[in-house]
Structures are given as C-alpha cells and as structure tokens.
Ligand binder design. Sequence first.
Ligand SMILES: Cc1cc2nc3c(=O)[nH]c(=O)nc-3n(C[C@H](O)[C@H](O)[C@H](O)COP(=O)(O)OP(=O)(O)OC[C@H]3O[C@@H](n4cnc5c(N)ncnc54)[C@H](O)[C@@H]3O)c2cc1C
Length: 379
Amino acid sequence: MTAPASSDVIIVGGGIMGSSAAFFLRRRGLSVTLLESDLIGRQASGTNFGNVRRQGRPLYQLALANRAIAIWREAEALLDCDVEYRQFGHMRVCYRTRPELAATMEQYAADARQSDLDLEMLSGNMLRTRFPFLGEEVLAASYSPLCGHANPRLVSPAFARAAQRLGAMVHERCAVTETAKMGDDFVVAAADGRQFRAPVLLITAGAWGDRFAAAFGEPLPLTSRAPNMCVTEPLPYALRPSVGVVTPDTEESVYIRQVERGNLVMGGSFYNPSYPDRYRVDVRPENSLSLWRQIQRLIPAVGRVSVIRTWSGIEGYLPDSAPVMGPSMTTSGLYYAFGFAGAGFQLGPGVGDTMAELIATGRTDIDLAPYRADRFSAG
Ligand SMILES: Cc1cc2nc3c(=O)[nH]c(=O)nc-3n(C[C@H](O)[C@H](O)[C@H](O)COP(=O)(O)OP(=O)(O)OC[C@H]3O[C@@H](n4cnc5c(N)ncnc54)[C@H](O)[C@@H]3O)c2cc1C
C-alpha cells in the first residue's frame, strides 16, 4: 500500500471557502491539499445568485464582510482572472404594504456606519428619478454604492487555479469518506482508496460539513435549503446595481441583477426541496412562476422577457443562520468553515483569508465568538 500523501493542511470541500483558503494558505507558505468530491465550485459556490452584498448582514458580521470586499476589489489582479466582479451597487427596497421596514432600514443604515458601511436612504421623487424602473409598490430603498456582483461560475475555480499555481495540490472527483486523527496527524481517506495525511484538517464542505464535525464528537443542527433561480434572454444593458426586496415573507423575497452581456439573473421566493445526500434539488416550476410574479412587482418592465433557464443549489443552514467558523472544540488541529447559509458568496474570500491567518498564526482580528462550534450545545 502506498504511503498517504503529506502536506501541512488538508482542506475538504472545494467551494469558495475551501478554494480561497487554499490560495491564502499557500500565500502564507503552508503546503496544502484540497479535496473536492465533484468539481471545484460545483455546489452552492458555483450555482448562487452572485450578490456581493454587505448590507442586511448582522452588524457583527460586517468586519468579515469588509475583509472580503477588500479582496473582491483586487480579485482580478490577485487571481489573474476577471471573475466579473463589478462594483455597481446594491439596493434593498421595501413595499408600501410594509412601511415599518423603511424605519428598520434607516436604523440599520445608522448602525452600519460605524462598521464602514455607508448606505444612502432613498424615497419619493429622489428614488423614482434615480431608479425609474422600480414598480409603484416600492416605497423606499437603501442603496450601497460600494457593493456589487460577480460571476459565481468563475470565482472558486479561479481561486483553485491560483492556489495550484502557488503549489497547492487540488484533487477533484475525490470524495472523502473517512477522517481520523492518528497521533499528531489527520489521516483522510477518499472513496477511490487514496489517502492523505496532515497535522491540520480544515472542513469547508458546505451543506455536508456536519457529518465531518459529528465524526469528531461535535454534532451540529445543520439543515439545507435550495433557493430558486432563473435567467432571461439577453436584453440591452440597463440595470447596474443588484436589487432585492426586504420582507419577512418568503414568497415576496426576491432579487435581480443584470450581467453585462444583458441577461437578467433573478432568484428567491419559495425554496425548492433539497436532498444533500443525493446532491440533488427538485426544481419546482411553480416556484419559478412565483419568482416571476414577484419580480414583476419589483420591476414591471421585466414582464415581457423570456426566461431561458432555471436552476437551484444547496446551501447549509444552522438555526441562527450564522456559519461554524474557527477551531474545533474537541480536536486540536481541526478547523471548520461551513454552514454559510444564503450569504456566503460575498464572505468567501474573507473567510479563506481569515482561516489561513488563523491556521498559520494561531490568531485573527476577526471575532470568531459568534461562529463557535459549541454554541448550540453550550446552553
Ligand atoms: C441558489 C443560491 C443562491 C445564493 N445566492 C447568494 C448570493 O447572491 N450571495 C451570497 O453571498 N451567497 C449566496 N448564496 C450562498 C452561497 O452560495 C454559499 O453560502 C457559499 O457558496 C458556501 O460556500 P461553501 O464553500 O461553504 O460551500 P459549497 O460551495 O457548497 O462547497 C462545499 C463543497 O464541499 C464538497 N464536499 C461535500 N462533501 C464532500 C466530501 N465528502 N469530500 C470532498 N468534498 C466534499 C461539495 O462537493 C462542495 O463543492 C446562495 C446559495 C445558493 C444555493
């Protein structure tokens, strides 16, 4: 039997968290093996909507989001690849039927200013003049000029390729079936019999992360959700910011952006049933129709356009919608960064950088207390 391949760090899961962590770990000089059961970015990181949005996050998460946005701004130079990050703004709107949400957005804007997030509140003539495409039902908006969107299909592969150029070993179609700690090292086995060994193991397995944590005595209440997505035929380019509805009602919670080639990408309304064990989502046509109806309330002109494709993806949720991020509470050398729910794409590069810093130096300026693995069992 061949000896397991050795490195300083093994990463399980090649979404945006795993591939960006591999890149930043290599920049810090650690040897890295990245194992992905399918193709890099094949799951949530490659199927998401593409919002690179800071507003609307819990205030405690803004430090991490700010770290991420700084990396997004230099992504093209850093990765030697245009991942189509465009800082064209992000807007959240509320409807006249929920006027109380305008005050909530205003309060958020005031609070977020301390975390370097400047939001413009818009309503009335000012809103209509600047964004004439919005529907009559829209009452007010919170606009973040320094947010944007990017192409999810490009980002994780670009990080993985950049990590590879720096010397990381990237194994696609390498499903990890077993992880164990033997002495000072973790030994990781893949379905095809390959074995890997390292003193540090980082789990970035998205909606599948809980099974690895459970194997080390840390059961986590991770569930999954699958947002519905549609894309239209290309139209003349007109919509620069990405726009979303603030509402407690799942049905009316939708979002839309336009890519520069002209297609409108939209998502939200009801979730599709998801089956993470089979890596499957049941994309329900009625959910696309509901999404379509809701988008027409937001931007009525969209009504006459053809949808050319619908899809979905699987995101992992913990009960407080925050991820598990940081060291294991049971096993030294083991780290987690998974369960990023519906908002991990924006955070991704910041998470990879933070985890690399933590693993390489033993510390990070990002407060990881809200993300502890034992927060659901600590009472
Ligand atoms: C439809 C949709 C829309 C979204 N829209 C947005 C958005 O606009 N903005 C935003 O910020 N966030 C959005 N999100 C959320 C965001 O996509 C996720 O939070 C983020 O991509 C999670 O990244 P990840 O690397 O943790 O997980 P993933 O991308 O799921 O990566 C985990 C990887 O682990 C691999 N893996 C699992 N088990 C194993 C194993 N045994 N061995 C090896 N590899 C394994 C999987 O194959 C997968 O590739 C959306 C999500 C979805 C699904």
